[in-house]
Design a binder for this molecule. Structure first.
Ligand code: TEU
Ligand code: CA
Length: 549
């Protein structure tokens, strides 16, 4: 069995990774061309976000055909070559499976719209209570009603995301069979893992109005979710012990994650949860401007670390993905302590109990997009909410400022390879603008610099291989209520790891309550560490990974 606990996953958003034919879109050949770069970093797997045939209303999360590759990304031969080249380097491919919904252009939905009852039952069509009123008051995650009216049937269909992303009806066994077939198809191509998109939303509960929220409590972690995941496991990836899986869990609960990612549950290898990435929201409301709540961030992470361990369940640990702003812009300090804070954030996440995910460019300290004009944005969610905020009475300027902070496009600007045109991403016109800071932040430069953020990530990946404690150790939170220090310990077979991080630009002398001189420092982001007895004098955004046997 593959030991996913000792592994690191590198996430690729292919559209923005590397373009080999000058059309401004990254492609599969571009991933193959950069495999050695990923090998240098040391990642064991790459998770590639969807590259299937798609109208790209949501950058491929709207799948039109699960069996075919969008020609803009390449061909099946390109994919097979990528698979073979990855295998040569002992890198496994993980594919991103979007099964909560399809594109409205999917043949199934087209047949449903044409009135074919078999295919209508692949989706969720419902009558409204009266004319002009949708079945429930649920909201789409991208803004507006989650229901779209179809005049020919005088019915609505459910779309938790964009109107071009109708939700599938998992209660229909035929749908589940189709999905199993798709998973097996890609397993036979030799992929080594899967990421399942918003998979905890597939089992819808009762269709009732929500007077407290946007409807999510009726369809999140729904009534048959564990049964459906166990069935998928049993009929597909569970038959191959080499395959690893991660479920993207939207607004989930710990109790459900014990099961999704429990050692003995036969559902998934691990889960992504997002509570720690809502600490700069107001409740579930993302489109606001508030500073991040450090203590909340720490408490959420500590809670998930201790509780998941107690229930023998496994986390995927991460700061970044294609839906999130860049972490160094979000919780670090780009202006004054770019390098220090990026490294500190990396150490904080990589030494936790869980499988770390590195999102393309994170290992370089890539920052938010820095777009100044709304015309630079591409993401449907950002564009919708820019309008919604103004409908609520905000000025265009204020709405833009909020989009600049939270837009998913912050994580989608092209990968910065070198300081040539478009950061070396494309020779053509990129589908989304590059961040102009590619002149200073780029892979070429960082690969040559022993002190770079890239070099630091590389060391973190290597430490995980060398020290079992990072993969298998127990977790203990420290300094739980400290307003500035994020510290924790790990224990394994008589060894101890003590990870100490200063989350701010202010120096601080921290009393650890034990003799730190017993430890050696495995890795830090300053040349030397100032330790005296129980005290660590922490410099701005300092991190130190201490170890003793
Ligand atoms: O995202 C699920 C999801 O709910 C988000 O992270 C979403 O971006 C956020 O709620 C918006 O505020 C997954 C994919 O990662 C995302 O790219 C897709 O757009 C979405 O599912 C639909 O498939
Ligand atoms: Ca291309």
């Amino acid at each position: 069995m593959t030991d996913f606990k000792k592994s690191v996953v590198y996430q690729i958003y292919p559209k923005s990774f590397y373009d080999t034919n000058g059309d401004g879109w990254g492609d599969l050949k571009g991933i193959t061309a950069k495999l050695d770069y990923i090998k240098t970093l040391g990642a064991d797997y790459i998770w590639i976000t969807p590259f299937f045939v798609s109208p790209q209303k949501d950058n491929g999360y709207d799948v039109e055909d699960y069996y075919r590759i969008d020609p803009r990304y390449g061909s099946m031969e390109d994919f097979e070559e990528l698979c073979a080249e990855a295998k040569k380097r002992d890198i496994g491919l993980m594919l991103d499976m979007v099964f909560n919904h399809t594109s409205s252009r999917h043949e199934w939905f087209q047949k449903a719209l044409a009135g074919d009852p078999k295919y209508k039952n692949y989706y969720i069509f419902k009558k409204g209570p009266q004319k002009g009123v949708p079945p429930t008051n649920w909201e789409s995650k991208f803004g507006g009603s989650a229901w779209e009216y179809v005049e020919a049937f005088d019915e609505y269909y459910l779309h938790l995301f964009d109107v071009t992303q109708p939700d599938l009806n998992w209660d229909n066994e035929e749908v589940r069979k189709e999905i199993q077939k798709i998973v097996r198809f890609w397993m036979e191509k030799g992929v080594r893992g899967f990421r399942f998109d918003v998979v905890n939303l597939i089992s819808k509960g009762s269709f009732e109005d929500d007077f407290e929220g946007d409807g999510r409590r009726f369809y999140t972690d729904g009534p048959n979710i564990h049964q459906y995941l166990q069935e998928l496991n049993r009929t597909t990836f569970g038959t191959d012990a080499k395959i690893i899986t991660v479920g993207e869990m939207s607004s989930t609960s710990l109790e459900n994650c014990y099961r999704y990612a429990g050692e003995t549950e036969k559902e998934l290898s691990m889960v992504f949860s997002f509570h720690h990435l809502k600490v700069d929201f107001m409740g579930n409301e993302k489109w606001v401007m508030v500073p991040f709540d450090f203590k909340k961030l720490k408490h959420i992470i500590f809670d998930w670390q201790t509780q998941m361990a107690k229930h023998k369940a496994w986390n995927a640990v991460f700061w970044c993905n294609h839906d999130q702003p860049r972490v160094v812009s979000r919780f670090g300090n780009v202006e004054k302590y770019w390098k220090e804070s990026a490294k500190m954030l990396a150490a904080t996440i990589h030494c936790l109990r869980g499988t770390p995910y590195i999102y393309q460019g994170e290992e370089l300290g890539m920052t938010n997009a820095d777009f100044t004009d709304m015309s630079q944005y591409r993401d449907v969610e950002s564009l919708n909410h820019y309008q919604i905020l103004q409908d609520k009475g905000l000025s265009a300027d204020d709405a833009k400022r909020i989009v600049q902070i939270h837009s998913r496009d912050n994580g989608r600007t092209p990968m910065q390879w070198n300081d040539e045109k478009n950061g070396g991403f494309t020779k053509g016109k990129p589908w989304i603008g590059c961040n102009a800071n590619f002149h200073t932040i780029n892979a070429c430069q960082e690969l040559q610099d022993k002190d770079s953020i890239f070099a630091f990530y590389k060391k973190l990946v290597a430490l995980r291989k060398e020290y079992d404690i990072i993969a298998y150790g127990d977790f203990e939170p420290k300094a739980e209520n400290h307003p500035q220090v994020f510290a924790y310990k790990r224990y394994y077979e008589g060894q101890t790891l003590f990870v100490i991080n200063n989350f701010y630009g202010k120096e601080i002398c921290w009393d650890s309550q034990e003799n730190l001189e017993d430890y050696t420092c495995l890795l830090g982001n300053y040349e030397s560490q100032q330790i005296k007895g129980q005290e660590a004098a922490l410099k701005p955004y300092e991190t130190m990974i201490l170890y003793k046997k």
